[in-house]
Ligand binder design. Sequence first.
Ligand code: HEM
Length: 203
Amino acid sequence: MITIKISNIFNSKKVQHGYQLNVDSNFHGAIKTNDAEILKQLEIIDLTIEDLETIKGLQPLIKENLEGLVDTFYKTILKADNLKAIIDQNSSTNRLRQTLEKHILEMFNGIIDYEFIEKRITVAKVHIRIGLEPKWYLGAFQNLFSSLSKVINTNISDQVKKAEIMDVISKLLNFEQQLVLEAYEKNKTYPNVNRNMKKLEVI
Ligand code: HEM
């Protein structure tokens, strides 16, 4: 029986350093796609099945810290007037909080399959439709990465393990950003994004 000590870094003042990766022995990480391009993308960043098992092992820790992760995310985004305006026009932070919580938790499912990839592309298209320029989207990924990094720093004491885990998380987020960028590239004709890009060209 593995003992798990999880620290919610956003709520608890007392810091523990003992999280142990908690993977069910029946769970097997998997990359389930025949898409040669996707497989090449994963190969380039060296995202392996073992990495996916590490990712799954982190899921309880991420779940414990989900509220804080999403809080930090929106606190930062809402500081930027243009991004706040996009949210106000298209949704509400309450609704977005729920979708983002679900999205982040699913990131740590440890399985990359057709559904995982399609879902990410669909989410990217939602952002294209609302006119979010890719630079803000990518900036938000960095914000998320920094928060995840704080969760890991607080909960994993072994320096080598910590570095390995940060490497794996970085690959996971990078893969999603690859899907996002490609969706933007393929949907250049979306009017809102185009309008924002044009404003930049004029300056
Ligand atoms: C790491 C970056 C981000 C992730 C992972 C993310 C995730 C999501 C997800 C999962 C949804 C739900 C999509 C759906 O309905 O299927 C969503 C919607 C939305 N996101 Fe983001 N988001 C990110 C960055 C941003 C940023 C920077 C903004 C700033 C304006 C933003 C604004 C919105 C809005 C307004 C919607 C609702 C659109 C609608 O329902 O029509 N997102 N996002």
